[in-house]
Design a protein around this ligand. Structure first.
Ligand code: DGY
Length: 327
């Protein structure tokens, strides 16, 4: 039934995605995939969405009311290839009766692994020390060189105890016997029991944590949550990690804090903008490790994201509930 109904439908996929799920999509509707490595420009996107019934979008595509209107009244589903959906105006979609899907759960472990990697990389100068070797500047073993900080037995602060926050906490509390503080919109009794975590206000978390890892979704409430005032509350030995969205941290304030050594280091998988230019002070900072938004970049995770994104799209086209709906 789905096949007969959706064969007339046309969908746009804004980038090549891994796995063979697109094959499945091609069996039920007409599919155009943007073939370039770089995302389509806004103009290209506006041209490409016209007349589509479904869009499979990336976090780099801004899907607002204007784009939905350009696409036309027949647009019935936007399936985002990410767990985060701050690039989509969900209210505008709701008003227009467009379903919106995302890809939660399957990237939780990969992203938590990367948060832990960044925490260690920033704590132990992994990038700058490695670069010294590559640059032919490694002269000797230095008793006072590259001194870092250790997480074992220290306090971990998780900002946003959602799926990825929990997975990160489990790794670090279980593996490095860290004490856990966290912020959360709701009580997390399982966390309190399992990891002896303590839910606190953000200010307390920042003041008492040795390592702070950010995991909140980007919303109007969390934009610039970690601003100058927040950073000023952190310990001078603290390490700040962000694998959520760049806009949650005020980057100018972070630059200042790293330059003045008011915190020890930062590890970022996300920045504003993305990509961040090579001459940005954070990229230049020896106290900051920056990765190009690779939290979910494992074969297992990205293939599973493809499966969910295609399931969401097919369900939306056939007017069925999405496998993972954001509303
Ligand atoms: C997401 O899913 O939101 C990540 O940022 C990219 O996978």
């Amino acid at each position: 039934r789905t096949r007969i109904e959706t064969m007339k439908h046309s969908v746009l996929v804004t980038r090549q995605i891994p796995g063979d799920s697109l094959q499945r999509l091609r069996e039920v509707c007409e599919v155009e995939v943007w073939p370039e490595t770089l995302p389509p420009s806004r103009d290209e996107l506006c041209r490409l969405v016209k007349g589509r019934h479904g869009l499979l979008t990336m976090l780099s595509d801004r899907v607002d009311g204007e784009l939905m209107d350009v696409a036309g009244d027949q647009l019935c589903v936007v399936s985002n290839y990410a767990v985060g959906y701050n690039n989509i105006d969900v209210d505008a979609a709701k008003i227009r009766g467009i379903a919106v899907g995302n890809t939660p759960d399957v990237l939780t472990d990969a992203t938590a692994d990367l948060a832990v990697s960044l925490l260690f990389a920033a704590s132990r100068h992994v990038l700058t020390a490695g670069n010294q070797v590559c640059d032919g500047e490694w002269k000797t073993w230095e008793p006072t060189g590259w001194l870092g900080v250790e997480p074992a037995g220290k306090t971990l602060g998780i900002v946003g105890m959602g799926r990825i926050g929990k997975a990160t906490a489990k790794r670090l509390v279980g593996g490095w016997e860290m004490d856990l503080l966290y912020t959360s919109r709701s009580d997390q009794t399982d966390m309190e029991k399992e990891l002896s975590g303590r839910r606190v206000e953000l200010d307390t978390l920042l003041a008492e944590s040795d390592f702070v890892s950010v995991h909140v979704a980007l919303t109007d409430q969390t934009r610039n949550l970690i601003d100058e005032d927040a950073i000023s509350k952190m310990k001078s030995t603290a390490v700040l990690v962000n694998t959520a969205r760049g806009e949650i941290i005020d980057q100018d304030a972070l630059v200042k804090a790293l330059e003045s050594r008011s915190i020890f280091a930062a590890g970022l998988d996300v920045t504003t903008p993305e990509p961040l230019s090579a001459d940005h002070p954070l990229v230049k900072s020896p106290h900051c490790v920056i990765l190009p938004h690779i939290g979910s970049a494992t074969h297992a995770s990205r293939n599973a994201m493809s499966e969910i994104a295609v399931d969401n799209l097919i369900a939306g086209l056939s007017d069925q509930p999405l496998r993972c709906s954001v509303t």
